[in-house]
Write a protein that binds this ligand. Structure first.
Ligand code: PXL
Length: 281
């Protein structure tokens, strides 16, 4: 038997809804063999506040290399990388690996408000990692930070941001509009066309790890040989179902339900394709 393989290089989210835990659950749901290299351990709970324990570059390198040598990877995803030093090294290992499908989720701030990327690491993210990406998946605050605090208030702004981010070098840009009002609209841009992905808005606060889960689902699709638009469209269905069926535990922002798409199916997502030229200003 053969199975597609995906490696996530990301933080461990002890609460189980985000980070490598979300990634591995998502890979499993989409029938991809998941491996992980832990960059930092995040142990936050709403009462005790913040606890972030970065791993040494040596420890991260040992994980990445043992995985790539023993198991290999059809796709690699990066999540929380935290420091300039970790980003620089991860970028180098990705280049050396020769793996073609690279998903960069430029994780910066968690839903509970903790900083998952140090300020001085932003430039390394922009110049060293983004150009290696097959696709980057910023949410609105992340897109804004990457573009010198560009203001994003509408779908048209998301398209402008996608164009500007594409100039930084990734093959595809997915800007996620979850923070806008109305339906959940994301913009996928390949330098020529915009794909507008739309899902219903569900009234829930429990979206911890939604970004990790979405980009992990994209990674799984790419690992299985899907094209980027195919992988993103299926991932949108996956995350929409996971949000629709999300749940809270004792307190605070709960996780999305990673098994929801397999268990309950789609929620009714649509895709519209527009030529970028039509919107040129
Ligand atoms: O959802 C962003 C995120 C990414 N990575 C780790 C996290 C979180 C948020 O909780 O803990 C490790």
């Amino acid at each position: 038997m053969t199975i597609s393989r995906a490696l996530t290089i990301a933080g461990s989210a002890a609460r189980g809804g985000a980070g490598i835990q979300a990634d591995l659950k998502t890979f499993q749901e989409l029938d991809v063999f998941g491996t992980s290299a832990v960059t930092a351990i995040v142990a936050r709970n709403p009462k005790t506040g913040q606890g972030i324990f970065p791993q040494s570059v040596e420890a991260i390198e040992a994980q990445v290399h043992t995985i790539l040598e023993d198991i290999g990877a059809d796709a690699i995803k990066t999540g929380m990388l935290f420091t300039h030093e970790i980003i620089t090294n991860v970028a180098q290992w990705i280049q050396q690996s020769g793996v073609q499908n690279i998903v960069v989720d430029p994780v910066m701030i968690g839903k509970i408000g903790s900083a998952l990327l140090k300020e001085d690491a932003m430039e390394a993210m922009r110049t060293q990692l983004l150009p290696l990406a097959t696709i980057i998946t910023p949410n609105m605050p992340e897109a804004s930070y990457l573009l010198d605090n560009m203001e994003l208030n509408s779908v048209e702004d998301l398209k402008d941001a996608a164009k500007k981010l594409h100039e930084l070098g990734p093959q595809y840009v997915l800007v996620k509009g979850g923070r806008l009002e109305g339906p959940a609209i994301d913009i996928l841009y390949d330098g020529k066309q915009f794909y507008l992905l739309e899902a219903p808005r569900f009234d829930t606060i429990h979206t911890n790890g939604a970004g990790c889960t979405y980009s992990a689902a994209i990674t799984a699709g790419l690992a299985k040989g899907q094209t980027v638009p195919e992988a993103v469209i299926e991932a949108k269905k996956f995350i929409s179902a996971a949000i629709r069926h999300s749940f809270g535990f004792k307190q605070g922002v709960g996780p999305t339900y990673h098994a929801a798409y397999g268990k309950y199916g789609e929620t009714g997502c649509t895709v519209t394709i527009e030529s970028a030229e039509l919107f040129a200003k």
